[in-house]
Design a protein around this ligand. Sequence first.
Ligand code: ADP
Ligand code: ZN
Length: 223
Amino acid sequence: MNSVFLGPPGAGKGTQASALSAEFKIPHISTGDILREEIKAGTELGKLARSYIDDGNLVPDRVAVDIIKNRLEKDDAKNGYILDGFPRTVPQAEMFQKILEDMGSRLDLVIYLEASEEVLVERLGGRRVCRDCGKIFHLVNMPPKTEGVCDLCGGELERRPDDQPEAIRHRFRVYQDKTSDLINWYERRGLLKRVPGDIPWEETYEMLRETFAGDDGSRTGRD
Ligand code: ADP
Ligand code: ZN
């Protein structure tokens, strides 16, 4: 199943998508993660991206689209994928549509993770991320076994620069301005499924699991 996760910052896209990816053995493709890796590796793309990301702005549409185009050409994306953080603007969605057509492929489902701004601000403030493997924790809701240390790899946990209060507020404005239009855009195309993101994350996960498990792969032949 080819899917997209949509929702405001902090709705749990990354956490849910990475758990689904492990269970259903399809890649979790996060443009945010890819960009942060480029920054860490000090590449040209990373240098360009950094100036946008740390302040909570979007990188240019063309940059995001090129990243996705290259990533979807890899073999592991042939049997489905979860896109997290892409598309983020209507022009990105339009270019993505074109790429899919050229590949003879299409999108099956868009999950919209809904949550109130209050819950989101609280979550992002407490979010900590492993600097080595990217695993996401939360000081209150999902604390690591040892403070400041990743359960999986022992890496150091850190606060993302764009999870500082000022950048968080800015990301919400960007989301309202640029990304929220995608909800209608995908709804009109009959692809949108709304899932609550402000309940305990295990409950959200259960709903998503059912949706993903219900897909027996026969969709393509059905219509
Ligand atoms: P979150 O969903 O918590 O806001 P992400 O990890 O998805 O965080 O993205 C972090 C940052 O990476 C964004 O604020 C933006 O600067 C950049 N980014 C990620 N995906 C895109 C995209 N599709 N288009 C433009 N910028 C992007
Ligand atoms: Zn780790």
